[in-house]
Design a protein around this ligand. Structure first.
Ligand SMILES: NC(=O)c1ccc[n+]([C@@H]2O[C@H](COP(=O)([O-])OP(=O)(O)OC[C@H]3O[C@@H](n4cnc5c(N)ncnc54)[C@H](O)[C@@H]3O)[C@@H](O)[C@H]2O)c1
Length: 289
């Protein structure tokens, strides 16, 4: 096996090096297909749950790469702060108040983003909530059950919200003839986790939908992939009891929680790699639950 560089591409060949056709001396390097990967500069990306935690971290990371950002969340003040942080990096960023579980609001939000920016190249379905509880709990002879309201609230935001945003954004991208990528934030809990009947079901549904949509939307130039974080340092996890956090961290092979920037880095990788679709990237420090 011989190796040589052709332009910037490393080429491996079983042929005799004397028989390999080389470009004439002084000619420009050939165009490598890796140069044609999706670049985030000037791409319009919608991030739901964009005003804090992973959403805000991804927004700022993408702003650093020159992307234009449409941040979607429920809190105007925090949205304004996130938009200002992105704008400080020299990119256009706008805030959209929208409940991702509300069909009318999602349809309106996507239409406004398209009007404001003139294009949509990507979506990160990141908005999510927790309403943890055991299916059944028996204490002092008394039984409590996981309420339908607890179940429904999580399914509405974490699963239906992902469906609504993906459907509307994909439709708008096809209409505008914009190619790009959609990333769904699933979770390590999609495998099933104690106290998370609702959350695990929603995150497993998101993972399955990711594969389905990758198959269905490839023909329109839209890739769909997921990220399954383990335990990451955000407002969501820092609200856990310290004893629970410590116990959980001790089970992670890397012995620490993940950082939001590490998830943002993975999201950028998915956007920038044109061959990544239909898969869930596991970002959990090696933890299995
Ligand atoms: N932090 C972790 O360890 C972890 C692990 C696995 C998966 N995740 C997932 O990552 C995503 C982000 O988590 P986070 O830790 O940053 O959480 P977070 O609570 O810090 O942020 C979630 C954001 O979503 C917004 N949101 C909630 N409901 C909404 C709705 N109906 N419409 C619009 N926005 C809404 C919230 O206002 C908030 O800003 C979630 O989907 C979560 O399930 C997080």
């Amino acid at each position: 096996m011989f190796r040589y560089t052709y332009g910037e591409v490393l080429v491996c060949s079983r042929a005799n090096p004397s028989q390999i056709e080389r470009p004439p001396k002084g000619s420009p390097p050939p165009l490598c297909h890796l140069d044609m990967r999706m670049q985030l500069t000037d791409k319009v990306i919608i991030i739901t749950g964009g005003c804090q935690g992973l959403g805000r971290s991804m927004a700022e990371y993408f702003a650093g790469k020159g992307a234009k950002l449409a941040l979607v969340d429920l809190n105007q003040e925090k949205l304004d702060q996130a938009v200002a942080a992105c704008a400080a990096k020299g990119v256009e960023a706008r805030a959209y108040l929208c409940n991702v579980a509300n069909e009318d609001q999602v349809i309106d939000m996507v239409a406004r983003v398209a009007e404001d920016f003139g294009a949509i190249h990507g979506l990160i379905n990141n908005a999510g909530i927790l309403r943890d509880g055991l299916l059944l709990k028996v204490k002092d002879g008394e039984m409590t059950k996981l309420s339908l309201a607890q179940w429904q609230a999580v399914i509405d935001v974490n699963l239906t919200g992902v469906f609504l945003c993906t459907r509307e954004v994909a439709a708008k991208m096809v209409e505008l003839k914009n190619s790009g990528a959609i990333i769904n934030i699933s979770s390590i809990s999609r495998a099933g986790n104690v106290g998370q009947t609702n959350y695990s079901a929603a995150k497993a549904g998101v993972a399955a939908a990711t594969v389905t949509w990758a198959k269905e939307l490839a023909r329109y130039g839209i890739r769909v992939a997921g990220i399954a974080p383990g335990f990451i340092e955000t407002e969501m996890t820092l609200g856990m009891k310290p004893e629970a956090l410590e116990k959980m961290t001790s089970g992670i092979p890397l012995k620490r929680m993940g950082k939001p920037e590490e998830i943002a880095h993975s999201a950028a990788y998915i956007f920038e790699n044109d061959y990544y679709t239909g898969r869930i990237l596991e970002m959990d420090g090696g933890l299995r639950i």
